[in-house]
Design a protein around this ligand. Structure first.
Ligand SMILES: Cc1ncc(COP(=O)(O)O)c(C=O)c1O
Length: 260
């Protein structure tokens, strides 16, 4: 059995040994929420929450960062629409900023100007969505410095850039929360799905609570908050864990194709 991408190309072979092994062990795994393989790849102490879509991971990321109706969120203008749509899901307003020539990603000067403009109009933006488009990291040092100066949270959209690095650090680790996608057109695919990369233990606990329908610790079904069912299925998790084994090979191939 193979997974076919939306463009009709074959993206994963479910007979491959690593995937078969992971699928078998997955059914015995009680908690597939933690994507241990990604943590191993980036050699970083982060929590990775496996979710049903990259778009869900963006929406969930905004929720976890506390973005609410009426907030302003700065978003890179040149990106896929899924980067921006979740801002509207939250009832917040997107403030689009232009890209820079070097990376084609968010221009630090335009970012700074947009923040100042919003502050002069009475409301500081709550967060920014910076995108590593086409596997090219955004200008992390400068965007991070500006965000820190104004205490603005970064949601790092690394949907397209699993396997890329910036000064030795892996894409998917630059934000207060980062987003990965395993959609059919990405470097590895589980047939859909996505993930949040979270660095803070409180946010991790909040993520587990909200992603499991916000079910309270009670004997019966009790919910004191609005929850979500955004979790990746355990079968897809098994495919993803198996495919993490070939991520380096796929990344290498991409570099070779780019160098051609
Ligand atoms: C930059 C970017 N952000 C977000 C997404 C959304 O990811 P998904 O398709 O997994 O919902 C994609 C890809 O599809 C993307 O390219």
């Amino acid at each position: 059995m193979v997974i076919i991408a939306t463009d009709g190309r074959k993206r994963a072979n479910l007979h491959s040994r690593s995937i078969r092994h992971e699928l078998c062990s997955t059914t015995r795994t009680k908690y597939y929420w933690i994507c241990a393989r990604f943590r191993k790849t980036i050699r970083n102490k982060v929590f990775v929450g496996a979710l049903s879509l990259g778009t869900a991971a963006l929406h969930f990321g905004l929720i976890l960062l506390g973005v609410q109706a009426g907030d302003k969120v700065i978003c890179q203008s040149m990106t896929f629409s899924a980067s921006a749509n979740p801002i509207v899901y939250q009832g917040a307003t997107a403030v689009f900023v232009d890209s820079e020539l070097d990376t084609w990603n968010m221009c630090p000067n335009a970012f700074d100007t947009a923040i100042k403009d919003r502050i002069s109009k009475g409301k500081k933006p709550k967060a920014t969505i910076a995108v590593n488009l086409y596997r090219m990291p955004f200008n992390v040092d400068q965007i991070r410095a500006i965000a820190n100066e104004y205490e603005i949270l970064i949601l790092d959209d690394s949907a397209e850039s699993l396997g890329s690095t910036y000064r030795g650090a892996h894409c998917g680790t630059f934000g207060d929360i980062s987003v990965l996608s395993f959609n059919g057109n990405k470097i590895i695919t589980t047939s859909g799905d996505g993930a949040n990369v979270i660095k803070n233990i409180d946010l991790k606990n909040k993520a587990i609570f909200l992603a499991t329908q916000a079910r309270d610790n009670a004997q019966h079904y009790q919910h004191s908050a609005i929850g979500y069912n955004y979790r990746m299925s355990n079968i897809c998790d098994g495919i993803g864990r198996g495919l993490m084994e070939v991520l380096d090979k796929h990344s290498q191939k991409r570099h070779e194709m780019h160098a051609f």
